[in-house]
Write a protein that binds this ligand. Structure first.
Ligand SMILES: Cc1ncc(COP(=O)(O)O)c(C=O)c1O
Length: 379
């Protein structure tokens, strides 16, 4: 028999896992510390954790474990739809984390010869999803201050462009693209029979974020798919739940193509309860607002770090004037048990960018102390 890997799907043979933050286990291993000792600023999720009500729903759902979950996640899709105007459950699909939907969308639409456009820098899984289909990615570089130029996107769209991926606010830059600019990109795509996959996973953290969402424009733009997650603001990170909102046609196609029972019963129950706990949501937003201002004020006083004004719950910084690369700074911070995101793995960035989450006051103070200690020796 020939080597087994020769039998594998060609597009699978050269796949490499995408680099992510939140590698707490690896960090603990490297430093000889326990997982609990590492303070993780590399993952930008709700610092308060999930709503108590969501956790209670998980416990209450234990009795459902012996049965299959609702494969269509109907109750959850209805609960999600009820939070938006002009959206019904038939416009909503639920995934095992929003990552599942990034992959499903590429799988459903990328044909042989198609190209996907991805901003650089942006979230790494878009490329992974496209590569898995065996088709090509073309990066569209963001501007000097990491702003998106709709004309540059429009120019990059050719007859082969099937999907434009876009993240708003963007990861890792935390920069928001205003709806007018987004509409220009989506309209240019519509004119060229191209789809737009708009990742709004962090939009709930932005001031008046819902007003900036494109969810209420899915009727105007049938080529638009919007991604949301329960990982970030709702803090249901380990349960793996995300959702997408699009036209009924697109949702129905994806519902038929997805894996059956893709979201487990506990995740579905927790997500419904989380959506209904507006008090926890507001508490989170209030905390992020205060702590972002606090952290920014203090970070600006540290010599050498160039800070990009953040729209989301994480802060993107250029380290070159500190004299350290991102990898070196990450190491220095880790020796004080603080994990930050070295952004070197993002397409379009050099080795001088890091990202940190906004967390609670006590945690933010530990981050600042670790930065001070790491940078004082240099500057
Ligand atoms: C911009 C963005 N989109 C999507 C995801 C995937 O999130 P999840 O699969 O946990 O919903 C992430 C995770 O870091 C992200 O940063």
């Amino acid at each position: 028999m020939k080597p087994t890997l020769d039998l594998a799907n060609e597009s699978f043979r050269n796949l490499k896992p995408c680099v992510h933050g939140a590698d707490v286990l690896e960090a603990a291993d490297k430093t000889g510390r326990s997982r609990e000792d590492i303070l993780d600023f590399s993952s930008s999720v709700n610092p308060l954790g999930p709503s108590e009500k969501a956790l209670q729903a998980v416990t209450a759902g234990f009795g459902q474990i012996p049965s299959y979950p609702d494969s269509c996640a109907t109750a959850l899709r209805e609960a999600i739809a009820s939070h938006y105007t002009g959206v019904t459950k038939d416009n909503v699909i639920v995934g095992n984390g929003s990552t599942e939907l990034i992959y499903l969308f590429a799988e459903a639409f990328m044909h042989k010869g198609d190209v996907a456009l991805i901003p650089a820098p942006s979230f790494g899984e878009y490329e992974g999803a496209v590569r898995k289909t065996g088709q090509k990615v073309r990066y569209v570089k963001l501007g000097k201050k990491f702003q998106a130029d709709p004309e540059r996107f429009a120019r990059a769209m050719t007859g082969k462009t099937k999907i434009v991926y876009f993240c708003n606010p963007n990861n890792p830059t935390s920069i928001l693209t205003p709806p007018e600019k987004l509409a220009q990109i989506i309209q240019a795509a519509l004119d060229k029979d191209t789809l737009v996959f708009l990742d709004e996973d962090f939009l709930e953290f932005v001031d008046e974020g819902e007003k900036l969402s494109m969810i209420n424009r899915i009727k105007e733009f049938p080529n638009l798919f919007i991604l949301r997650s329960f990982t970030k603001i709702f803090g249901l990170t380990g349960l793996r739940i995300g959702y997408g909102i699009a036209s009924e046609d697109v949702v129905s196609l994806l519902m038929n193509a997805k894996l059956p029972w893709n979201v487990n019963c506990l995740g579905q129950a927790a997500a419904v309860a989380a959506l209904n706990d507006q008090e926890h949501l507001q508490k989170t937003l209030d905390l992020i607002k205060v702590e972002k201002t606090f952290l920014l004020g203090k970070l600006k006083r540290l010599r050498g770090l160039k800070i990009y004004a953040p729209d989301a719950n994480f802060i993107f910084m250029d380290t070159r004037k500190t004299g350290f690369t991102a990898t070196q700074l990450k190491q220095k911070m880790l020796s004080q048990s603080v994990l930050i995101r070295d952004c070197t793995s993002f397409a379009g960035l050099d080795e001088y960018y890091v990202r940190v989450a906004v967390k609670t006051r006590q945690e933010n103070e530990r981050l600042l102390a670790a930065f001070k200690q790491s940078l004082d020796k240099q500057v």
